[in-house]
Design a protein around this ligand. Structure first.
Ligand code: RFL
Ligand code: PHB
Length: 390
């Protein structure tokens, strides 16, 4: 088979790029290791910044997001028994975020690809990029006993943190920066009414907690847990008790509990791989960078990668201009590092670090007090949370 752009990974990054390119008449193929149901079974992001929502609309996939997603103009930060509001709109000239689950967004992208007869190949095993440093790169993959080859002009590595594309870049070219946090997030999805119409990020002496939502009947909650914990250690009852203990009393009193419909633990990690281009292969999204979820930046950082790549590829094919592709890595990384800084900062501000000394805890306290006493500090938080410009 022959195509222009071979995309590894059918997560939000790969699907979004595929859809945008197809709308411009640029032929592409997506190779996804898993089934559609498996991909849709992963419960991940919930908060989309304005730029991501715009990209969904440009991809002609924004209809359901606009109808069902909730616009949030603020969120709360709670500390022990008190909660204070972060006015996103007031500090950013009216900007907001959209609460719409990654699962729904991925479903919309899959449906759009299917409606356009987009080439999305599921259960493509042993995907391998070849000759990426030449003008004629190609991909191979296996289905059953048969091996297939796709010749392309460009390969996009949108295959997430554990994918194959980043690993195909020679070790002496790739530089990796990593920070692993000494805790994870235990997440629970439940068919209950959300405790608060706006998200609550809670810092407590027992550890961090987050109250989020997917809709008015579907709640998503998280608590910080040690890395040694597994979901077997947390019955639903134990989870609800611990969550309540970390929230202000009035919030805890109103918390509606119920059976969990999904429960998982995600370790927290910061990671960046540089450069994001090697020869004719470009990395995008989690394949190149990971943030701890505290600042809700992960998927949103993928959005700017896709935006730059999309415009770079369109300029290449429709105008013969390679400036966008040539500057891709530098441009993408400049924004990626800002999301790294913000996510690290919010994680550091709100979590309990097992190795913290009293001095660290004083600084954490001071950082929080400063935030709520300074318009400048609040503006900085707000502009990062709604998303820095692409
Ligand atoms: P994905 O979603 O990991 O998709 C990659 C796809 O590639 C496939 N794949 C392969 N296919 C073929 N061959 C191979 N060898 C392959 N290896 C892998 C995989 O099956 C998969 O389908 O990466 P992508 O598309 O870059 O999207 C990134 C986002 O998923 C991620 O950044 C966010 O979920 C992060 N995140 C959040 N981001 C936000 O912007 N806002 C949030 O509120 C937010 N909350 C979160 C999050 C991530 C979380 N976890 C679990 C890490 C909350 C959590 C708990
Ligand atoms: C979520 O709803 O899953 C969510 C929301 C905000 C975050 C992280 C996760 O910062």
């Amino acid at each position: 088979m022959k195509t222009k752009v071979g995309i590894i990974g059918g997560g939000p990054s790969g699907l979004m790029l595929s859809q945008l390119l197809d709308l411009k008449g640029i032929d592409n193929v997506v190779l996804e290791k898993h089934t559609r149901d498996y991909v849709l079974g992963r419960i991940r992001a919930g908060v989309l910044e304005h730029g991501f929502a715009e990209l969904m609309r440009e991809a002609q996939c924004g209809e359901r997001m606009d109808a069902e997603g909730e616009i949030h103009e603020g969120f709360y930060i709670a500390e022990n028994n008190e909660k204070k509001r972060v006015d996103l709109a007031g500090h950013t000239g009216g900007n907001s975020v959209v609460v719409y689950g990654q699962t729904e967004l991925t479903r919309d992208l899959y449906d759009a690809r299917a409606a356009m007869n987009g080439k999305v190949i599921h259960e493509a095993l042993d995907v391998k990029p070849h000759d990426i440093n030449t003008k004629n790169p190609y991909l191979t993959y296996r289905q059953g006993d048969e091996t297939f080859r796709i010749d392309c002009d460009f390969i996009i590595g949108a295959d997430g943190f554990h994918g194959v594309s980043r690993k195909s870049i020679p070790k002496d070219v790739l530089k990796e920066y990593e920070k692993v946090y000494p805790f994870g997030w235990l997440g629970v999805l439940s068919r209950t009414k959300p405790v608060s119409p706006e998200l609550i990020y809670a810092k407590s002496d027992r550890g961090f907690a987050l109250c989020s939502l997917r809709s008015q009947v579907l709640s998503r909650y998280y608590i910080q847990v040690p890395l040694t914990d597994s979901t077997d250690d947390w019955s639903d009852e134990a989870f609800w008790d611990e969550l309540k203990a970390r929230l202000p009393d009035d919030v805890a009193a109103n918390l509606e509990t119920g059976p969990s419909i999904e429960k998982s633990i995600a370790p927290l990690r910061s990671f960046v791989a540089e450069p994001m281009r090697y020869g004719n292969m470009f990395l995008a999204g989690d394949a190149a960078h990971i943030v701890p979820p505290t600042g809700a930046r992960g998927l949103n950082s993928a959005a700017s990668d896709i935006y730059y790549l999309y415009h770079g590829l369109v300029d290449h094919y429709l105008k013969g201009d390679d400036t966008g592709l040539d500057s891709y890595s530098d441009r993408a990384l400049a924004r990626v590092w800002k999301a790294q800084r913000f996510s690290w900062w919010m994680t550091t501000l709100l979590h309990s670090f097992p190795d913290a000394i009293p001095y660290d805890r004083k600084l954490q306290q001071t950082d929080l007090e400063y935030l709520f006493s300074s318009e400048a500090a609040m503006t900085s938080l707000a502009e990062n949370y709604v998303g820095l410009p692409f």
